[in-house]
Design a binder for this molecule. Structure first.
Ligand code: FAD
Length: 476
């Protein structure tokens, strides 16, 4: 089939308006951090599952590669095409309906292209909670969240996206539709296909629908901000918070003073508690969700903070007085990546380590980087409750930051990831592998695990048309 005939065939399936080949395709071809720009054969925007299946079948027949895409907010360059001009971007954003809400089963079944924030709002309108929450929630889609097994700020209580999903609808690499949307909490009937597709970053099939868990809305949600004397103290506070708040602990974020300093410099309108407090190298943001009442939540929170002050793991703390104040505190935390970008080029790491080993890891790696690359600025923050740090490195304030990146990025990555391996951690906690970290997976994953991954890939996608070069290198 000629190129033109193939595109005409796609137009017949999804409608001429939804096959984009001309004009400015930057939004689909460039990754969120603007570090990579590809060229798509076409951007195709199906409107329903059957259209996805028909498009995939057409691509399979011609051996055309497909890059599934949701909100294109991924941070591992997994949702954009390569530079060859031969890959098709399959954008799911037109598929954005909530199909069904089951109050008794506490589930909602949705199209994969639904924006995360719209799902949170839908649940809220029904008097329920959909707890997945991340700073990109206004743009990312539930299909992308499932594709990357996204984490976010509520994992300490509700788990990653995987833990929130009870079923999937998937279009396979052959263009067949698998309906696994039963919404069962127990279903031990063979291999767990759902879990295979979650976190597979579009390399095994296209997620077109999902049944997600809902929760009762907490009666009250309180946020506190605490200054702590060390990372060790932050981890001690985490243990105390688990013990005192139990399932009420719904958020536990850590922020280094360096990271907060960038927010203060670039977003002076934001108020940062304990900014520059000299003996507090870190601050912690805690969230307590209570099923009884605001008074009960406040009493438990205050008791925790009293104990922590006595213990010395907290130097000072404030509890937000209103929802608006709580939002302001979260806004400071969520502004760190933007403030870092304003400061200049930087090297991002999304690592996880057992919480108990994090203080040792940070001490060891901080010293290593400062010794090997004098002047580097370590911007450390993240979801400490999940053992997940965004352990980022900014060029020294003196000199040309772009030259630093060119000369030292590889070395910085090497030092950080070797250190992560030394402490038994993961080089990608929540952002996935994408095309960006394919070499890291080859290096740090065991040969046995890699061989099983290759077997899964070739069994489900024998032609290798699903997002080639993402997670695993292109074979042959
Ligand atoms: P995309 O970027 O479009 O795609 C991501 C991957 O999923 C690609 O490999 C793609 O091929 C695949 N994919 C997309 N849709 C489908 C589908 N329907 N079927 C199969 N595969 C599919 N991530 C976190 O985990 N935690 C955070 O706290 C967090 N914070 C962020 C903050 C900001 C400011 C930004 C920009 C990003 C953040 N991210 C975070 C990363 C990103 O938002 C998540 O990875 C998100 O899950 C991606 O969703 P998306 O719809 O944008 O997916």
């Amino acid at each position: 089939m000629t190129h033109t005939a193939f595109l005409d065939h796609l137009r017949q399936i999804v409608g001429a308006n939804h096959v984009l080949t001309d004009g400015d395709l930057t939004a689909w071809e460039q990754d969120w951090r603007r570090r990579s720009r590809g060229k798509a054969l076409a951007v195709v925007r199906p409107g329903c599952t059957q259209e996805v299946a028909d498009v995939v079948r057409a691509c399979a027949a011609q051996r055309i590669s497909i890059v599934p895409q949701g909100g294109n907010t991924g941070l591992s360059v997994g949702s954009t095409p390569d530079e060859s001009g031969t890959q098709l971007v399959l954008s799911l954003t037109r598929m954005n309906s909530v199909r069904h809400i089951d109050h008794d089963n506490l589930t909602m079944t949705v199209d994969a292209g639904c924006i995360l924030q719209s799902l949170q709002e839908t649940a809220d309108r029904e008097g329920l909670l959909f707890p997945l929450s991340l700073a990109a929630e206004g743009s990312c889609t539930i299909g992308g969240n499932l594709g990357t097994n996204a984490g976010g700020t509520q994992v300490v209580r509700y788990g990653n996206t995987r833990e929130l999903c009870l079923g999937l609808e998937v279009v396979t690499a052959q263009g067949e539709i698998w309906d696994g949307l039963k919404g069962l909490r127990k279903d031990n009937t063979g291999y767990d296909l759902r879990d295979l597709f979650i976190g597979s970053e579009g390399t095994l099939g296209v997620i077109t629908g999902a049944t997600m868990k809902l929760y009762p809305k907490p009666a009250a949600q309180l946020t506190a901000w605490a200054a702590v004397p060390s990372m060790n103290a932050a981890v001690r506070l985490l243990g105390m918070a688990h013990k005192q708040l139990g399932a009420g602990l719904t958020g536990f974020e850590v922020m280094g003073q360096f990271a907060l300093g960038f927010v203060a410099r670039h977003m002076p309108q934001l108020r940062i508690p304990f900014a520059g407090m000299e003996d507090a190298p870190y601050c912690v943001l805690l969230e307590n969700s209570d099923s009884e009442s605001e008074q009960h939540a406040r009493e438990r929170f205050e008791r925790l903070l009293e104990l922590a002050l006595e213990d010395g793991c907290v130097l000072d703390a404030v509890v937000a007085e209103s929802l608006a104040q709580a939002h302001e505190l979260w806004h400071v935390r969520e502004s760190i990546p933007l403030a870092q970008a304003e400061e200049g080029p930087n090297i991002k790491h999304d690592i996880s380590i057992a919480a108990s080993r994090i203080p040792e890891y940070v001490e060891y790696t901080d010293a290593l980087l400062r010794r090997e690359l004098p002047g580097v600025r370590i911007v450390n923050f993240g979801h400490l409750g999940d053992g997940n740090l965004h352990y980022n490195v900014q060029a020294p304030s003196e000199g040309d930051p772009h030259a630093f990146m060119r000369e030292h990025e590889g070395r910085v990555n090497h030092l950080v990831y070797e250190s992560v391996a030394r402490f038994g951690g993961s080089f990608s906690a929540e952002h996935g592998v994408g095309a960006l970290k394919v070499d890291k997976l080859q290096k740090y994953q065991s040969p046995v695990a890699l061989s099983m991954m290759r077997a899964i890939k070739s069994a489900l996608d024998p032609q290798g048309i699903m997002n080639p070069g993402c997670i695993l290198p292109v074979s042959g």
